[in-house]
Design a protein around this ligand. Structure first.
Ligand SMILES: *[C@@H]1O[C@H](CO)[C@@H](O)[C@H](O)[C@H]1NC(C)=O
Ligand SMILES: *[C@@H]1O[C@H](CO)[C@@H](O)[C@H](O)[C@H]1NC(C)=O
Ligand SMILES: *[C@@H]1O[C@H](CO)[C@@H](O)[C@H](O)[C@H]1NC(C)=O
Ligand SMILES: *[C@@H]1O[C@H](CO)[C@@H](O)[C@H](O)[C@H]1NC(C)=O
Ligand SMILES: *[C@@H]1O[C@H](CO)[C@@H](O)[C@H](O)[C@H]1NC(C)=O
Ligand SMILES: *[C@@H]1O[C@H](CO)[C@@H](O)[C@H](O)[C@H]1NC(C)=O
Length: 551
């Protein structure tokens, strides 16, 4: 706290000595006072940035593995001029990481330009529930703030620190998601002071963030905290029901840091004493085959141990029984998602041989298939995807890539879209992002060029992702893509409908809501176009292998 007071006064004095119009913007809400900075967007529009605001008490010491404790009042002015740390995870030397990481960032057009309170876009970052952050070196609002919206990004606890789940009262699970709820509640209390409308909140997320978005729609804890939802490339509805605990991961984590594994209390008590750095750095030793499985920690269906439950019912049942807060919903994915994972296998002789010779053991790991009784499914998928003999050639690369895409994204998203289009009482829009621009999260190592529209690539046109990519200017097809993507989010945040109502002419097509039968969707490429029945080719196979009731 002391550090914060000193910083704040130093800044204030500095600003007044300069005596210019470069003073820091300040906001006073019923919770406290926040000191931010000014910055400018892609098109040169000024905005106010308030970063690194703690929304919950530091989740350290006795609060580790506990649900978040919201901060309701700030006794001293808050220095919100800089990013807070990322939550513990492997990172490059010197990168700012700390267990005390529960911070929120708010970006808003400058006060003088705000005529009314603005729609709020609350972004939940991707990273598999074990990596990345909402800091502005990853997700800067330089594109979105060219429109009249308030953008919020957050950190939430990751990996063991956020998702330890022993299936008992010691660690019921989902703390990282409960952090997100605490941040959404912070928005309800404070966002009006930053120019945002607390009654017009769009939750948007990518990958694990997209999974989170859907879960807020069914969580009793999130009711009333948002009004529209966008899920990019992620679905909590997969091949079978969600787990009720992640005990094997708790045991693995204990082993990796030298804790006893005799009982749940031995594990939790010992993990409470381990330095956060050791927990964060152990991530890479959880994988079982190369960097597979892609997903390690996940949300769990919580049994009742007297705690407030984030997820009391399996998502499939919750949707079917319409136990949800239906809001207008966009469900999107990219064409090629995790296709590049095929290259990591084919280019590594050891991995290629292991997958070829032990397909039945490796396939459930790499394609995230239920592990019990999996041999029939693995054999069938091997046939269907034409992978009977894996070789380091382009056919295998294509087929193996398709299997990674379908297993991890296409099928879960197809299933979610179908369930939601049947059961949600609010409209659902389906979207397929196929554009390949100047940059990609997967670039060919030889040519350094994109070769597909990979997982996260749609985010390139929504956020300035400074840690990895140059800022997109105002000319070229990448720039046009930014305009379109921003317009879709802007319309949706305002109206609960992404279609053009006059002031977004770049969206020169009518995008109908989806339906259970023909499933129309918008394809986003250099041109926009409408098609039907995304993911038809293999849907029947997957449905047969992993049947659920849709009605
Ligand atoms: C303004 O935003 C840019 C782009 O996000 C960033 O690189 C820069 O650090 C920001 N300026 C300040 C003072 O934070
Ligand atoms: C755990 O079990 C092992 C073997 O059963 C025993 O030697 C050890 O003392 C136990 N540790 C604790 C902390 O109870
Ligand atoms: C191949 O994969 C194995 C297992 O992940 C790894 O240990 C090894 O370093 C990889 N080899 C190359 C050349 O990347
Ligand atoms: C796979 O093929 C590529 C070229 O097609 C080659 O560069 C690479 O060395 C091969 N890798 C293995 C493990 O055979
Ligand atoms: C395994 O799968 C087969 C074929 O679907 C089924 O008949 C059998 O009951 C399953 N066994 C278990 C233990 O689930
Ligand atoms: C790619 O980047 C170059 C250099 O910044 C720019 O001139 C070009 O217009 C960009 N291409 C697209 C497709 O936006």
């Amino acid at each position: 706290m002391l550090l914060f007071i000193i910083l704040c006064c130093v800044l204030a004095i500095h600003a007044s000595e300069e005596g210019k119009a470069v003073q820091n913007p300040t906001v006073r809400s019923s919770s406290g006072e926040f000191l931010g900075i000014y910055n400018v967007t892609r098109r040169g529009r000024s905005f106010e940035a308030y970063r690194g605001i703690r929304y919950a008490e530091p989740p350290v010491k006795e609060l580790r593995f506990q649900p978040p404790v919201p901060i309701l009042r700030y006794e001293k002015p808050v220095d919100a001029t800089k990013n807070g740390p990322a939550c513990p995870q492997p990172s490059s030397p010197g990168y700012y990481v700390d267990e005390d990481c529960l911070t929120i960032n708010v970006y808003s057009p400058v006060k003088a330009e705000r005529k009314a309170s603005l729609p709020v876009i609350f972004f939940i970052h991707p990273g598999g529930f074990y990596s990345m952050t909402g800091r502005s070196d990853l997700f800067a609002p330089d594109y979105l703030l060219d429109r009249d919206v308030v953008v919020v990004t957050i950190n939430y606890r990751l990996a063991t620190l956020g998702f330890l789940s022993t299936g008992d009262s010691l660690a019921p699970g989902n703390n990282g998601l409960k952090d997100q709820v605490a941040a959404l509640q912070w928005v309800q209390r404070n966002i009006a002071a930053f120019g945002g409308d607390p009654h017009l909140v769009t939750i948007a997320g990518c990958s694990s963030g997209a999974v989170s978005v859907m879960l807020h729609m069914i969580s009793p804890m999130s009711k009333g905290l948002f009004h529209r939802a966008i899920s990019l490339s992620g679905s909590p509805v997969r091949k079978t029901r969600s787990p009720t605990h992640l005990y094997p991961l708790a045991v693995r984590q204990a082993e990796l840091v030298g804790c006893p594994t005799n009982s749940s209390s031995d594990i939790v008590n010992c993990l409470r004493t381990v330095p956060w750095r050791d927990l964060g750095l152990s991530l890479n030793r959880f994988y079982e085959f190369g960097y597979d499985p892609l997903t390690l920690w996940s949300p769990v269906v919580e049994a009742d141990f007297g705690q407030e439950r984030f997820l009391p019912v399996d998502p499939i049942d919750a949707i079917r029984e319409r136990k949800m807060h239906p809001v207008p919903f966009i469900i999107s994915r990219t064409k090629d998602e995790f296709f590049w994972k095929a290259f990591t296998v084919l280019k590594n002789e050891t991995l290629l041989r292991r997958m070829n010779e032990n397909w039945e053991d490796i396939a459930p790991i790499s394609f995230m298939l239920p592990r019990d009784n999996s041999s029939l499914a693995t054999q069938r998928l091997r046939q269907e995807y034409n992978l009977v003999d894996l070789k380091n050639d382009s056919d295998t690369a294509y087929n193996l890539g398709r299997l990674y895409v379908d297993a991890i994204e296409s099928f879960p998203i197809y299933r979610l879209t179908k369930l939601m289009s049947i059961h949600s009482t609010a409209p659902v829009w389906s979207c397929f992002f196929t554009y390949i621009g100047n940059n990609s999260f997967y670039q060919d190592p030889a040519t350094k060029k994109p070769v597909g529209s990979a997982h996260h690539d749609d985010l390139l046109y929504l956020f300035y992702i400074a840690y990895r990519f140059p800022k997109i200017g105002s000319q070229g097809t990448d720039a046009d893509m930014v305009d379109r993507m921003i317009d879709i989010w802007y319309n949706f945040a305002r109206y609960g409908d992404p279609n053009n109502r006059g002031d977004t002419p770049e969206l020169d097509i009518h995008w109908p809501a989806t339906s259970p039968t023909t499933r129309p969707y918008l394809q986003i490429d250099k041109q926009l176009s409408i098609h039907e029945n995304l993911f038809d080719q293999f849907a029947a196979t997957w449905e047969e292998l992993y049947p659920i009731q849709y009605y």
